[in-house]
Design a binder for this molecule. Structure first.
Ligand SMILES: C[S@@+](CC[C@H](N)C(=O)[O-])C[C@H]1O[C@@H](n2cnc3c(N)ncnc32)[C@H](O)[C@@H]1O
Length: 454
């Protein structure tokens, strides 16, 4: 790989004796990882069924390395949301924030959703996570991953940090700023990151990060925790960004992150004021652990915050729509959705816990998308299928992951079943994949067109 000469000189200057070990990693394969999804499967069951050779990621209890010749993205278990493919060092970030069920969490730079889905799993789908992404296309990809992993407590927005800060001053218990960065830790994964790199770009990113952090600060509650992370090595975007943030506000406390499994401290000598306490931050280097590289800082807001005085979202659903949905529910499901219901035109959603009013915000998804009211009937959404357990529906059709039928289903083809039971949940080895409607011995395929295998 041809690295930019300015980058090489800079890293040699910074890392001194360590530089040769750092550069030797560019002659090695990148690290591949996946994280099983505890919202759908536990560790033991996952290790029993998973068809790939895995070894554990030491700093993430749900994370595993897989070999380069495996293709986990093509397996039906991926479509069923049993795991998320994620760069291993990125898995450490959510472990540092560690939200609890019931908390109010913001993932400010969230697409494509690796960390959002990990945070939501830690929250056991309870409480609220606002997953925001500034770029519309990426916000859609985020929403698709949230759906696939069965996350039901998210409000997905497509906003600037500035706009969110106007809506949510002092609102969040925990905030993740997984900042846009120069991506030096992406070089082995993505050649574009190498081509895009320049020292000027590093400096632009550092300015952007300061802005984002300022708005994140405004949204934190007193006692709230903010985690800042990047996948780059430059001091300007890491130690110096945190140094400037701590200098701007006098009610921030830098908390210590445990340094185990090869995780290294941040470097005081890379700050402008030789800030000793920066050692509390964490650096994940490719030459000291198996991963592409990350920087993580954990900060507590100790001073008072404005108390949030916004309104919560209220149910706005017509009686007819509720009737249609409840009729479907009684016929097809074995559970009752008890969360407040919310309609966007003909689409029905179950709101997350303590969901704020979102009028005026660009919302991509809220809570659980139940389905769409059509003339005199209700059509369930794919998100509902992926949030259910097989015992929560009246009828299901279980396909084996290596069967022709499973492939046919994922390609959008009809399947002959010989029965006539109406809506049923199609599962792969017992894990939901999507809906089908059985009429006169044939299963009509409701696997979404945009997700179908070619
Ligand atoms: C490192 S990526 C996030 C990765 C994500 N957290 C994950 O784990 O999958 C940073 C994200 O910040 C977004 N971004 C870019 N400029 C931004 C800005 N000014 N404010 C907020 N987010 C921004 C990018 O589009 C990108 O999706």
């Amino acid at each position: 790989m041809k690295l930019p000469s300015e980058f090489i000189e800079k890293m040699e200057r910074l890392l001194k004796d360590e530089a040769s070990r750092f550069f030797s990693t560019y002659r090695e394969e990148k690290a591949n990882g996946l994280r099983f999804n505890p919202l759908k499967i536990d560790r033991e069951a996952f290790l029993t069924i998973v068809p790939f050779a895995l070894s554990p990621v030491p700093f993430c209890p749900t994370g595993f390395y897989y070999d380069a010749d495996e293709q986990p993205g093509k397996h039906p278990y991926h479509a069923a949301g049993l795991y998320y493919i994620q760069e291993p060092s990125a898995m450490f970030v959510a472990e540092v924030l560690k939200p609890n069920p019931g908390e109010t969490v913001l993932d400010l730079c969230a697409a494509p959703g690796g960390k959002t889905t990990q945070l939501a799993a830690m929250m056991k789908n309870q409480g609220l996570i606002i997953a925001n992404e500034i770029h519309p296309k990426r916000a859609k990809a985020l929403s698709v991953n949230i759906e696939r992993l069965g996350v039901t407590n998210a409000l997905v927005t497509n906003e600037t940090p500035e706009k969110l800060a106007k809506y949510f001053p002092g609102f969040f218990d925990k905030i993740l700023v997984d900042a846009p960065c120069s991506g030096e830790g992406m070089f082995r994964k993505d050649e574009k990151a190498v081509r895009y790199w320049s020292q000027a770009y590093v400096e632009q990113c550092a300015i952007k990060q300061q802005h984002i952090l300022q708005y994140a600060y405004e949204m934190l509650k007193e006692g709230g925790i903010l985690v800042y992370s990047t996948c780059t090595f430059s001091p300007e975007e890491n130690e110096q960004t945190i140094e400037a943030f701590l200098q701007t506000y006098d009610d921030l406390e830098l908390l210590s992150i445990e340094k185990v499994h090869g995780i290294q401290p941040g470097r005081p000598e890379w700050t402008n004021t030789n800030l000793e306490e920066i050692e509390r931050t964490a650096r994940l280097w490719p030459h000291s652990l198996k991963g592409e590289g990350h920087f993580v800082a954990k900060i507590k807001k100790t001073g008072p915050s404005p108390s949030w005085n916004g309104r919560y979202a209220k149910s706005n659903v017509s009686k007819q729509m509720i009737r249609d949905y409840r009729q479907f529910e009684q016929k097809v499901l074995q559970i009752e959705i008890t969360k407040p219901l919310y309609a966007f035109q003909h689409h029905l959603f179950a709101l997350p816990d303590h969901c704020p009013n979102f009028d005026g915000l660009k919302v991509v998804r809220v809570g659980l998308h139940l389905g769409e009211a059509k003339k005199q009937r209700f059509e369930p959404n794919h998100a509902l299928a992926l949030s259910l357990k097989p015992q929560e529906v009246r009828y299901s059709l279980d396909l084996s992951s290596d069967s022709v039928e499973c492939l046919k289903y994922l390609r959008g083809e009809t399947i002959q079943t010989g029965e006539d039971r109406g809506w049923l949940l199609v599962t792969v080895d017992g894990y939901p994949l999507g809906w089908g409607k059985e009429v006169k011995g044939m299963l009509k395929n409701f696997y979404p067109k945009g997700l179908r295998m070619m």
